[in-house]
Design a protein around this ligand. Structure first.
Ligand code: SF4
Length: 499
């Protein structure tokens, strides 16, 4: 069913994401019309006012044969809902129709373009009961039973973690967009650090300028600082020290504030940089093995080995970092679900306080996305995306994530936050797991849209939360522009943030 006509509404984004889920890329979008996959019949998604509410309908457009009554009736769905519920109902019906027509279903059902835990929290509030909330997720939103359970459990933990951040407190993000090399799946604005060595010093200077100027005026207590990227440990020990000490000296940090540094690439984790991080009082260190298979690491361009990962973790533990978070990715090129078993086993043997398990996302502007272009140009979908059929890897990855959750629970690691990315393998999720009391405040607070965020650095996004209203403002992504205009943009940000 390749053409979807929108009538009486303009929910193009939601409808496009749903078409992409079922048919993969490319998706051609023009006003009121979305086309994906091989040619076929047209679908109609319509919305019309009905009293104070709206009527949402989704159906297959009748063909000439249908009109003469020579074919089987096609499925059609309709419902009257409050106008505030229209977007979700459009997605819900579209999912239902596409699912019937393609005979495919996805573990997260119609929850596309929305955080599953947000819907789970609403279901909990609406029913006041976990079992009923699970039923609402499975019966109304077509979420599979095990994902409904994951969403409910995680939503409860997210709320408890969020409550540890007083509503008036801020989160601060500092972005260091440099990495030793570029991973094939990366779509961030990172630069190759060795090739841009001349920019490192001016960039650190600009970060310090922005932080000092901002926090002379913004004196709201900071509950969590997250230094990410990129790979902040691409900086030399001296640059890292200057950056951290300068930023920390001007931040109004709350007592017991969380300080995370994403060391990311194990090949950048060396003793002098770890000394700097310890001296700065870093409370949470992220090391990202992604996989424990050397052949995959080479294939994705990470230029480090599993031996370096193990050495980095042992070094960090020996130097007293008691909270190391490890990141793993399921679905990396060339890996089968069974390959995750070994990576998980190796990761758990390192006894991380937290572990984030990602489903690979095929992001635009990544080398991997380009490499996948052949499949897409020939009119096919990425095999990673399809849930059923000969090429499909989705059910096996879904099973593997379920098994992983059990294994992690056996090591005391439970889900505390969850999000989904566009074009993730099989529409699957990323989940953060942590030991009791070790959930990352920054991750939960930032994802919640219920706490303010000050983003520092090129491309960093700040978030202003005023009641139910959330506004965002981004710094320029281009390094040279950010460095050149840092003073002016910081003044503008102060006035935006404080009004
Ligand atoms: S380490 Fe992270 S930010 Fe750097 S290139 Fe790889 S995926 Fe991108």
């Amino acid at each position: 069913m390749p053409v979807l006509i929108l009538q009486g509404h303009n929910e193009t984004y939601a409808a496009t994401e749903m078409m992409r889920l079922f048919f993969g890329n490319p998706v051609d979008v023009s006003p009121g019309r979305i086309q994906a996959g091989a040619p076929g019949n047209s679908l109609l998604s319509s919305l019309a006012p009905q009293g104070e509410n709206v009527r949402v309908s989704t159906a297959v457009c009748p063909s000439d044969a249908d009109r003469t009554g020579t074919t089987e009736p096609q499925p059609a769905f309709t419902a009257v809902v409050a106008s505030g519920q229209a977007t979700r109902e459009i997605k819900r019906q579209l999912y239902q129709l596409l699912s019937v027509l393609t005979k495919r279903s996805y573990p997260w059902g119609s929850l596309v373009g929305i955080r599953p835990t947000l819907v789970a929290a609403e279901c909990l509030k609406q029913t006041g009961d976990e079992e009923q909330a699970r039923h609402l997720l499975t019966d109304t939103w077509f979420v599979s039973p095990h994902k409904a359970d994951l969403a409910i459990v995680t939503a409860r933990t997210e709320e408890a973690v969020l409550n540890k951040i007083p509503p008036g407190h801020l989160l601060v993000y500092v972005g260091i967009p440099f990495c030793p090399t570029r991973c094939s799946y990366c779509s961030f604005i990172t630069r190759d650090a060795p090739a841009h060595a001349a920019l490192l010093e001016p960039y650190v200077h600009a970060i310090v300028t922005e932080a000092r100027t901002l926090f002379q005026k913004i004196r709201t207590p900071v509950a969590a600082l997250y230094v990410g990227g990129g790979t902040p440990t691409s900086l030399s020990a001296g640059q890292l020290d200057r950056l951290l000490q300068s930023v920390l000296s001007c931040l109004p940090l709350a007592p017991d504030a969380e300080i995370t540094v994403e060391a990311g690439r194990p090949d950048t984790i060396v003793e002098d940089r770890l000394h700097v991080l310890r001296a700065a009082g870093v409370t949470r260190l992220c090391i990202n093995p992604q996989t424990f298979h050397d052949r995959t690491l080479q294939r994705i361009g990470r230029c480090h080995s599993t031996e370096q990962t193990l050495a980095a973790c042992h070094l960090a533990a020996g130097m007293g970092f008691d909270h190391v978070n490890l990141d793993l990715i399921g679905g990396l090129p060339g890996e089968q679900p069974a390959d995750l078993d070994f990576s998980l086993e190796q990761a758990l043997a390192l006894k991380p306080a937290s572990l984030t398990l990602h489903a690979l996302a095929l992001k635009r502007s990544s080398a991997l996305y380009e490499a996948d272009a052949g499949t897409r140009q020939s009119g096919g979908s990425s095999p990673l995306m399809l849930p059923t059929g000969a090429q499909s890897l989705q059910p096996a990855w879904d099973d593997k994530l379920q098994t992983a959750r059990k294994l992690l629970a056996a090591s005391g690691l439970y889900p505390y936050y969850l999000y989904r990315q566009k074009q993730a393998i099989g529409g699957l999720e990323n989940t953060g797991f942590a030991l009791a009391g070790k959930a990352c405040l920054y991750n939960v607070g930032m994802m919640s849209d219920r706490r303010g965020v000050v983003g520092i650095g090129s491309g960093a996004v700040s978030k202003k939360v005023r009641g139910m209203r959330v506004e965002r403002q981004a710094n320029p992504r281009e390094l040279a522009i950010y460095i050149e205009r840092v003073k002016a943009l910081t003044e503008r940000k102060i006035s935006w943030y404080t009004t």
